[in-house]
Unconditional design. Sequence first.
Length: 397
Amino acid sequence: MPDPLSEPNAPTGPSDAQPPFAKRSLAAQALGRVDPVTRGVVAPLHVATTFLRDPDNGYSSGFSYARPDNATVREAEGVLAMLEDAGAGALLFGSGMAAATAVFTALEPGDHVVAPRVMYWGLKRWLASEMPRRRIAVDFVAMDDLAALARAIRPGATKLVWIETPGNPLWTVTDIAQAAHLAHAAGARLAVDSTAASPIHTRPLTLGADLVMHSATKILNGHSDVVAGVLAGARADGFWERLVAIRSGGGAILGPFEAYLLMRSLRTLPLRAAAQSAGAAELARRFQGHPCLSHVLYPGLPDDPGHAVAARQMEGGFGFMLSIRVRDGAAAAIRAAARVRLWKRATSLGGVESLIEHRASVEGPDSPCPPDLLRLSTGIEAVDDLFADLDEALRGA
Ligand SMILES: *Cc1c(COP(=O)(O)O)cnc(C)c1O
């Protein structure tokens, strides 16, 4: 599928802002597109669900009904495809889970999947419950151990290797290029949940991955007011066409208003990602060696087990997520989370407001998440305030 925004029926005029401009420049101007009717510098919000047929019964605009396609959704998809260097383009879904599950829905009965032991809990639970019903076997392995991945792959049978890096909530790092090499050697695709990295810090398709998925609910939107998901593809092959068909046939497209809000957010993504990642790095440094903590988990720390790989495959920072482990255990961790005043005690991540969460309470007994762990999503508040608030909460707990 060609880039939808360069098709003749694209909703806006030709773009002035094309490479060699930096991604940050292209994002700031939403690819420089101008509304052809008004010359407005912001693309209009297209809400129509149905479109007039031509007298000869055709649809010369390229649009017939809003479930398979929507012009506002295409605008945001164009920017996401640019950010990810996606040859096939990008597809927006109604949530991150809708995007991720579309990939597994495209598999055939009898296929084998390798997925991480440490991954987004909601998707792991969905895989465990839904894949056996479709006669698809899933092996969960430690993805920071390439030998373990190599052992789990069954040449010919494994059709998909799914990784998440950094992996929620321990922020373990997987070597994308090496995982792609192992997957491809066995005839499998590599898909990467890159939500915690964002396209600003990692571009998996340039490292050999076939598919990238994001929960756009997180830093892509960044304002905690849209639920959305995206897939970006390296090439428009038959599998990608399956994903397009699954989205349109299954009715999983993002709504136009959400796409409009997401588009607005993507213009400032490079700034937000840089600030949030710098804040997380500073917090990780300042919390290291804190008397109330046993561990600070952040791939940007030089002694983090994932640091060497992260330094190779991430650019411009190590992301906005970190976790801390409270020395006095689970009850002390929950007490500390109860005492913060500035951090918001809530699930989710990537917004401009900083969030703290006791993950084990959410993930339950099957989770690899230690019970003393607090997950921190760094926003854009003053780092001194964030540090002082949590420091006081930990000491008081
Ligand atoms: C939130 C999240 C998801 C799921 O996305 P939703 O938009 O909540 O459906 C998947 N993967 C990761 C890493 C996430 O953080």
